[in-house]
Write a protein that binds this ligand. Structure first.
Ligand code: HEC
Length: 104
């Protein structure tokens, strides 16, 4: 491959990375805006769901009154960050083995 191709590839990669971290930043903001009135984000972020399942979950929460501004963004964020292909996080335990109270 000629040098120019490589430069283009690197530029494209950098752009994709930038878009990706922007999604996660804006998605997080949307999540914080929409999803903390009734329960902690731990309940949300400990889930590992397929995109379809996230869609149902978000719609259920909207039906219950979640003030979602950008459903598409939130759905992209949730299914990117918490897909069913990632392992479920272990619950945090306190010294005596009881589940720690949510810090969020
Ligand atoms: C109007 C209050 C309210 C808001 C706002 C809300 N939720 Fe919930 N959510 C609940 C309640 C109540 C439960 C527990 C329901 C149950 O026990 O099945 C819950 C449970 C959940 C669960 C656990 C699985 C389940 O269905 O029980 C997830 C995941 C979830 N919410 C995601 C979200 C997301 C994502 C948002 C933001 C879009 C959100 N919630 C905003 C009320 C809310």
């Amino acid at each position: 491959m000629r040098p120019r191709g490589i430069v283009l590839l690197i530029a494209a990669g950098a752009l994709m990375l930038a878009a990706d971290s922007q999604l996660s930043e804006r998605g997080k903001q949307e999540e914080q805006h929409s999803c903390i009135q009734c329960h902690s984000l731990r309940l949300v972020n400990s889930q590992r769901l397929s995109r379809a399942a996230w869609g149902k979950e978000v719609d259920k929460m909207i039906g219950w009154g979640a003030p979602v501004r950008d459903r598409q963004l939130l759905l992209d964020y949730l299914s990117e960050e918490y897909p069913d292909s990632k392992p479920v996080p272990k619950p945090e335990l306190t010294g005596d083995g009881a589940a720690a109270r949510s810090k969020h």
